[in-house]
Design a protein around this ligand. Structure first.
Ligand code: FAD
Length: 362
């Protein structure tokens, strides 16, 4: 009997699942991909897009085409609720999809913590279409402000500043961070990156939380008034409320737990990968595209094995991650364990890795 598998979200893990299905379909399983966007945006190349090095087409994949090539139905919808006991997925607009097996790769949102947000800023979160649309506006303004001092915030700030320098657009990029910048990597790397940012003319406020936003300035927790001509929120991942609203067991941030086989802890027929889930065995690893990419082959294999009632395989996160942060003008900061290097070779390596990654889906 044919069974139905729903892939929810076209993130870093699911596009690899699609590619694998194109090469080796899962027999007797009818597969649907449900995502609100027809494109997948590759996070590794977003900063290069912001700087103007890559075109939009170079940093995104046509998911509808990829699904079609894999024999997967593409449904352009946003999931809003899942009812595991009835094996049904509800989408915005009221559509309901029954399933036998379901997999989530819907990423995370990054909205300001205690900030009083204007509605128009509340969607500025991941490297998805809406953020991409903001970029052109921010490039032209004189004091764009990035909220968030993680890898994404710092890279985008540096890329915006580099775009301005390349195109002789006057202005100064600003960044405010509730902790010190890059605090999840190492103090030494953070210090290095901060000095690179300052040398490029980026103004950085650390240990200050953006709290209230006005049209042309924000107020911080230190009672500082930071002027801006446009804001981009990259303040860290928040869970999609759909899991908690569906009564699924989640961590304190709202992310559902998955086992090392990438199955939800309470439901073996629900799988998840990438930013949208928390590994119960490694709850503290950073949410980053790298993990979603590494989980993808395990996810595909386990969806296949589960469908054939075979024993599942286990995902083990890598112990030491390679970080290569683009710092603008085709230079990058490479961090691998105790090794740190800031040069053009690091950028060339990043460019090679990223282009090879994208070539698989073009
Ligand atoms: C500017 C920026 C730069 C970054 N740079 C890097 C980097 O260089 N390296 C790195 O490792 N990480 C980077 N990150 C982090 C990285 O983007 C995320 O960790 C990564 O995107 C997570 O991948 P994912 O597969 O979990 O989800 P995503 O790739 O975010 O994909 C989620 C998908 O789900 C869809 N979706 C969302 N909600 C729903 C819903 N309710 N129903 C159905 N579909 C839905 C979305 O449209 C999207 O297709 C960066 C982040 C940002 C913001």
């Amino acid at each position: 009997m044919t069974r139905r598998l729903l892939l929810v979200g076209a993130g870093h893990a699911h596009i690899e699942v699609l590619r694998s299905m194109k090469e080796q379909p899962i027999q007797h399983v009818d597969v649907c991909l449900i995502s609100p966007s027809e494109h997948f945006y590759y996070s590794g190349m977003i900063s290069g897009y912001v700087e103007g090095i890559y075109s939009l087409e170079e940093v995104r994949v046509d998911v509808k085409r990829l699904a079609h090539e894999a024999g997967v139905h593409f449904i352009r919808k946003r999931a809003s609720r899942v009812y595991p006991n009835f094996k049904k997925l509800f989408c915005q607009g009221g559509a309901v999809y029954p399933f036998d097996l379901i997999s989530f790769d819907i990423g995370a949102k990054s909205q300001p913590g205690q900030l009083v947000p204007s509605p128009e800023y509340s969607h500025m979160n991941d490297p998805n279409k809406k953020m991409v649309e903001q970029i052109e506006e921010l490039r032209q303004t004189s004091q764009p402000l990035i909220v968030g001092g993680g890898a994404a915030g710092c890279e985008v700030a540096l890329a915006l500043q580099a775009y301005k320098a390349r195109n002789e657009i006057p202005g100064q990029v600003r960044l405010v961070s509730s902790s010190s910048v890059l605090n999840s990597i190492s103090k030494r790397t953070a210090k290095k990156l901060r000095s690179i940012m300052e040398s490029k003319g980026i103004q950085v406020w650390e240990q200050e939380r953006a709290e209230v936003m006005y049209d042309d300035y924000i107020m911080t927790s230190a009672n500082n008034k930071i002027r801006h001509t446009g804001v981009l929120w990259l303040g860290g991942p928040l869970a999609d409320p759909l899991f908690e609203a569906s009564g699924i067991k989640v961590d304190e941030k709202g992310f559902p737990f998955v086992t090392d086989t990438l199955q939800f802890t309470d439901y073996e027929f629900i799988f998840g990968a990438g930013d949208c889930v928390t590994l119960e065995t490694y709850p503290n690893i950073d949410k980053s595209g790298v993990h979603a990419v590494k989980q993808a082959p395990i996810l595909y294999e386990n969806l296949r094995r589960f469908s054939y009632a075979k024993e599942l395989t286990v995902y083990e996160p890598q112990k030491v991650a390679l970080y290569i942060l683009s710092t603008g003008m085709k230079k990058a900061l490479l961090v691998y364990g105790p090794v740190t290097a800031h040069n053009k070779r690091a950028w060339k390596l990043k460019n090679k890795i990223d282009r090879e990654y994208m070539d698989k889906y073009k």
